[in-house]
Design a protein. Sequence first.
Length: 234
Amino acid sequence: MMLPALLLAAVVLAAQSTSEVELTAEPHHHLALENKYVRAFQVEVPPHDTTLMHTHHHDYIYVTLGASQIENDVKGKPPVTLKLQDGEARFVAGNFAHIARNLADTPFRNVTVELLQDEAARKNPPAKWGVNGEDDRGLHVFTGGTQDIIFVQDGVRVSETELQPGATLPSHHHSGPHLLIAVSDLQMRSDVVGQGPMPGIFKSGDVKWLPGGYTHTLTNVSNQPAKFVTLEFH
């Protein structure tokens, strides 16, 4: 009688490990923000823990918070080990299911941003930034900081900005809405043309949706370096 019971338990466990859940039902993914453009999830997987098999129906971008090493087990494919750096942003095409295994002794944290208009963007790609797309990628260096345009996917331009204490990101215009993801803790001052200074305090992993149609500078008013990633939408 013992052997059939053990076999049944094994079958049940195997079924549980391979069954798929929706992203919103995966307990390590916590919905932080949702609108017509994106759904942003704050993700944390403890050391040597594993997510459930979960489905990504949309293309998405994830930003790693802290260096980590994971095993990515995509359903139907061999596992792949990834070494991820703090602030690293990657684009992933959707319509698949996977398990993420944290191989590190520290928590695996990221912000996962689903691009809800991915299908429309693939059918009718938005115009490029700049006259000839020259603003689709490039490193901009200024006093006390850098802004690196990492990639453009599904009409979304992804940039990483680093500011030393007291440094200012020079005046720039946001024509469309954008999502700010705090990689480090941030204590910023935004000087918006026509509106004056506005403070902004964020913890690592916080997300903030910001409207377009304004010009501003951005200053790191803390005594620590600041790092954040911006997703800009046409």
